[in-house]
Design a protein around this ligand. Structure first.
Ligand SMILES: Nc1ncnc2c1ncn2[C@@H]1O[C@H](COP(=O)(O)OP(=O)(O)OP(=O)(O)O)[C@@H](O)[C@H]1O
Ligand SMILES: [Mg+2]
Length: 504
């Protein structure tokens, strides 16, 4: 946990920003030194990404100044910010999937066809290989990026930042899509970066990570800086209170649901080439089943196949004991299934639509609990209830969802399905990018669904989430169910053992 020493590399003074007259940042001060990891935390919509987008030249501040090595600078465009030595590792990674690792590292977004004429290919691949080797990664430089896992792509982004001689790397929720093991690997890369004098600004909702990786931490709440501390001088509890503005009570751990009633969904010999093989599982009404495993184990593919998405080559599926064939998501919805996908932008939201449209109007009507709405007023009321239940932070129900913060977008996707009245819920990373307090709310909503007789199957890369929420845990390894653990027997170690192919 490197702590700051020397003068700041980057310093922000009294940064203010409004969108359409709604203030989002109020006179925020922030700084980071060479070789330091400074974590930035806060609830969904607190203003973290906006502040970093100002540093990255994506948004212009309305007031305040930015200093780089003590000199006043302006980053009016992403290019100018890059020229200063600032790189972003985005959560929605910005690599070109068809290009090779080496091309992505060195060419970025340049027109490759033209550069191909003169670039010394072998030399470029060699340099890419040595950069990745310095990061301790054996990723082949000639591999196309689309063949890499998310964790590997992220490392390619970091290598790209190093190739661009970045002196400050901003990571906005880098571990959200990573398993704990992959996150641990990222932390060792971050420690190395700091050793070389690179500064890192680290945003995450997983507060535990802050204590592993950062030297200082700053808390934002409603666009205001609440505190900055050495990580060694603070605690998990202090961070949470600063984030939410009050003590939040420790909620009692849930009691396990009563043992299973009637079966809601069952599959036998369920297989899809290249993704998963010979899966047998039964979900009962009222039960919450967690699906653990490493990235690439086939969890998302399995969930999607149950919803009629993608290819399936063999197997039988039963809903409420009756054999059914689901060819499309519409079939699945008709049989009472709901899927909350992991990639909210691609699969979950109409980005240009308003909050109200996405929450209520785009929901599958036949299943909407509120039924067919008699008038606009009732729709609005339903929308307002959802906003309150999920603590969605928005300017109003008319705000387009593309302007909501990352975590608030995720809540909209969830809200739309969780209140749609399905019998079987398939949830892929339901709380990815969601802040601590909202997480607890979402767990309660999910438990409420189960208590009312729904069956829930959820995928999570956070072992803590699996252990807190699931009544029963299935662990996938390379496309197969490697084992099953009852809640009482499950520990992080046993899950990891199964997930990595070890014997239980
Ligand atoms: N382009 C925009 N237009 C209008 N409002 C915006 C825009 N970008 C962000 N906002 C608003 O600014 C506020 C802060 O958003 P920001 O994305 O900075 O939050 P965050 O702290 O990164 O949250 P999260 O943890 O959910 O990612 C939110 O209320 C959001 O709706
Ligand atoms: Mg954000």
């Amino acid at each position: 946990m490197p702590e700051p020493h020397g003068p700041p590399l980057l310093e922000l003074r009294r940064i203010a920003k409004s969108f359409h007259t709604i203030p989002v940042l109020h006179e925020v001060d922030f700084d980071v030194c060479a070789g330091e990891v400074h974590a930035l935390v806060g609830e969904n919509g607190a203003g973290k990404s906006t502040l970093m987008n100002i540093v990255g030249g994506v948004h212009a501040a309305d007031a305040g100044e930015m200093l780089w090595e003590g000199r006043r600078v302006i980053a009016a465009t992403p290019r100018q910010s890059q020229e200063l030595g600032i790189s972003f590792v985005h959560q929605e990674l910005a690599l070109a999937p068809q290009l090779s690792v080496a091309e992505n590292i060195f060419l970025g977004s340049h027109p490759v066809a033209r550069l191909r004429c003169w670039v010394r290919w072998g030399e470029m691949e060699e340099r890419a290989r040595s950069l990745l080797a310095e990061l301790g990664q054996a990723i082949g430089p000639a591999q196309p990026v689309e063949s890499l896992s998310l964790a590997e792509r992220q490392l390619v982004e970091i290598a790209k930042a190093l190739a661009a001689r970045a002196r400050l790397i901003i990571m906005d929720e880098p571990t959200a899509p990573l398993s704990e093991k992959e996150a641990a690997r990222l932390f060792s890369v971050i420690a190395q970066l700091c050793g070389r004098g690179v500064a890192v600004i680290y945003i995450s909702h997983r507060l535990r990570e802050i204590f592993q990786v950062a030297g200082r931490v700053t808390v934002l709440r409603d666009g205001r800086r609440i505190m900055t501390r050495l990580v060694a001088d603070t605690s998990h509890g202090e961070l949470v209170s600063a984030m939410v503005g009050a003590e939040i009570e420790d909620r009692p751990p849930p009691s396990a649901s009563p043992p299973a009633a009637a079966e809601a969904l069952r599959i036998e010999g369920w297989s899809a080439a290249g993704s998963f093989r010979d899966i047998h599982l039964t979900l009962r009404r009222g039960e919450i089943v967690g699906l653990a495993g490493l990235a690439g184990a086939g969890r998302t593919e399995l969930l999607e196949s149950l919803f009629g998405v993608g290819e399936r080559e063999a197997g039988r599926l039963f809903v409420n004991g009756q054999p059914v064939t689901l060819r499309t998501p519409e079939d699945a919805v008709r049989h009472g299934l709901a899927l909350v996908p992991d990639d909210r932008k691609a699969k979950g939201l109409v980005l240009t639509g308003s909050l109200l449209f996405n929450l209520v109007l785009a929901a599958p009507r036949a299943h909407a609990r509120a039924g067919v709405f008699p008038n606009g007023g009732a729709e609005k009321q339903a929308g307002e209830r959802l906003v309150e239940a999920l603590r969605i932070k928005a300017a109003g129900l008319d705000q387009p969802v593309q302007h909501l913060s990352g975590g608030n977008q995720q809540k909209v996707v969830l809200g739309k399905w969780l209140f749609a009245g399905a019998g079987v819920f398939l949830l892929d990373e339901p709380t990815r990018g969601v802040d601590v307090r909202s997480k607890a709310d979402i767990y309660e909503i999910i438990r409420g669904l189960a208590a009312r007789g729904a069956a829930v199957l959820f995928v999570s890369s956070e072992l803590e989430e699996i252990l807190r929420l699931a009544d029963r845990i299935l662990v996938m390894h390379r496309g197969r169910i490697a084992g099953e653990l009852a809640r009482a027997q499950a520990t992080q170690e046993r899950i990891m053992q199964l997930a990595t192919g070890g014997e239980n």
